[in-house]
Structure formats: structure tokens, C-alpha cells
Design a protein around this ligand. Sequence first.
Ligand SMILES: *Cc1c(COP(=O)(O)O)cnc(C)c1O
Length: 378
Amino acid sequence: MAHSDNQYLLLTPGPLTTSRTVREAMLKDWCTWDDEYNLGVVQHIRQQLVQLATCHDGYTSVLMQGSGTASVEATLGSVIPADGRVLVINNGAYGARIAQIAEVLNIPHLNWDLGEVSQPNLDALSQLLSDQPEITHVAMVHCETTTGMLNPLEAVAQRVKAAGKVMILDAMSSFGGIPMDMGELGIDFLISSANKCIQGVPGFGFVIARRALLESCKGQARSLSLDLYDQWHCMEVNQGKWRFTSPTHTVRAFAQALTELAGEGGVSARYQRYHTNQTTLVKGMQKLGFCCLLDETLHSPIITSFYSPESPSYNFKRFYDSLKAKGFVIYPGKVSDADCFRIGNIGDVYPADIERLLTAIEASMYWTAETAEAGEQA
Ligand SMILES: *Cc1c(COP(=O)(O)O)cnc(C)c1O
């Protein structure tokens, strides 16, 4: 069970339930130009992130203020040259957000909209890339937090590499929770943030990049504060210094979260815990009569979408409030054409918490009792 002293468990994938020790790491103020912070904390985090991402040489990392979207926007806006074009593989709200960023920044792009419940067809992808040689970059979300779908990263990356394109991956909700080696897969830019699977608090995102490619992005950014190259260059030259005010407390909490990830046994151990959380949840929910939105083969260990009960007396807010009063906060659905709710498994959350959640859900199914009553009256 979570050793949490929170009023409730956040079963929402970011912000999520953090450990008390991560939160306690914020009880101190830090100077942003002192070595203790820059060398001791920031540089150490940057090295650890690269080590978590790959065992290959030639990778570097950069931290960026803001929520995860700021890091996605910084990457898109900084790494695609004026004569480039990006293919966006879009099968959910976060894929759509990448296309929207390209739109707002005036980056030539192709929004490959696949709907929200299907995966990219690999041969169609290869065909697209050979039909449109002006495409220079491909962007995809790893785990679509909209539905919980895990995209076929290895197969997609293979096709993108075979076509000689630069691969940008939004691994926001998977990095640190699902084992992968970006060097092995051929991913050039990987984006994630502090408040997802590393289990830190919100405030900044980070990008792990192929160093030689990032070095070639100087002067290309479409924004000053979201210039990925400039931010990286400043951190490199000044040993961990951020260009503008750094979210010091959040960064300290993140350093603690990384220590706790290692203490748990690293990414594979964390993946096992999330996976057990997810399968325990799905099994229990199905027993209670709930159905999953996605086919089980498409599930990720991160978050799961369930169809809302069909009963006319069901109302999400009432269900949500009942669970909140019992100590659990769940997520509304985010799919456009299906009535769903979502439950996340990431954060300082353990299988025993999921068992307690299932008991709370069973006790919150007011609509089944009301349907039975209505049936008796009829
Ligand atoms: C959380 C998340 C983001 C970033 O969202 P923010 O609200 O900006 O932190 C981006 N992509 C995916 C897949 C996510 O899960």
C-alpha cells in the first residue's frame, strides 16, 4: 500500500500520488547559481536521465520549465528546420496536440489522423514516407494517455529509421515506467516530464536527444523561452545552469524521485508493479461488470479506459464523489465518441491499493441498486 499521508490517492496520470519523501525534498530553498544545486542536483539528474534512456553513447539531456506540453512544443519548434516537414501519427488527444503545435508554429506537417482506438498500419506508414519524400521528421506518442493505448514503438521506429527520418517520441506517460532503450530503437528525441512515471511533482519536462542532432539545431527555434538548443547549450557550458528561473523545489523533488526509482529496482521493477496494478484492476473491474474501451492487446500498464455503465441513473460526478470520499480520485474520459472514465495505475500506488479501490468501487455502484429498485417498482 502507498505509504501516503495524502487525503486521497490520485489515480490520475499526472500529477500523481507521490511519496512523502519526494514531497519532503521540497522543504528547502535552493540557490540557482550555487554548485550544490547546479552540479550536485541538475547535472546529476541530466546524467541519470540519459542512463535511464539508453546504454548507447552520443545522447544528452535537457530540462525545460513548464508542463510536459512545453517540452513537446520546445522540441517541435527547435528541431525541425524551416525546410523540414513532420508527419504526426495521431491516434488520440496527445497526438492531436502535437499536430496543433505544428499548426500554431507554422511548421509544415501532415496530421495522420487514425481515430482514437486504432494503431498505425506499418505498411501504410512506409508507403506514406516513400510517397512524400519532403517529410523529414516523424512524431508519435508512445502511450496515448487519452485511452491508455500503447503504440507499437519498436515496429514504427524500425520503419521510420528504414526511411531515414528523424524520430520524435512523446514518451510523456511511459518513460521510467516501461523499459526501452532509445539508442537501440533509433529514437532521436524523447520527451517526458517530472510528474509521470518517475513520480516527481509537476513543474518541468525533459528531452533526451541524440547529441549530434541537437547540436545542429542552433538558431532554429521559433520561440525564445522554448529554444531547446539554447537551453541545452546553457546547461552544458555552465554546468547545469538554466537560462531562466529554474523550478528549484520541483527539481529537488525529482532528484529524490530518481533515487527512489533506483531503490525500487529500476524501470523494470516499476514496470512490474504498474503491470500488476493494471491487470489487478482490469480483472476486478470486469468481475464487477465493467468493460474496457480497448482490446486488451492494446492496453498499457499506465492507465485504462472503461465504458461508463449504461444505466440511466449513472452519473460520473456522483460516482467520482463517492470514490473521492472513500480516498480515491479517478479521471473522466477523454475519448470523443465514447462515454468512458479512466483509472491510472502510476505513481506511489501498489496492488494492495488497487484491491482497496475495487472494494470502494463495488460500494459506490449506486446505480445497480437503483436499477433494481426501479425494476421492482415497475
Ligand atoms: C501528460 C502528457 C502530456 C503533457 O501534458 P501536460 O499537461 O502538458 O503536462 C503529453 N503527452 C502525453 C502522452 C501525456 O500523457
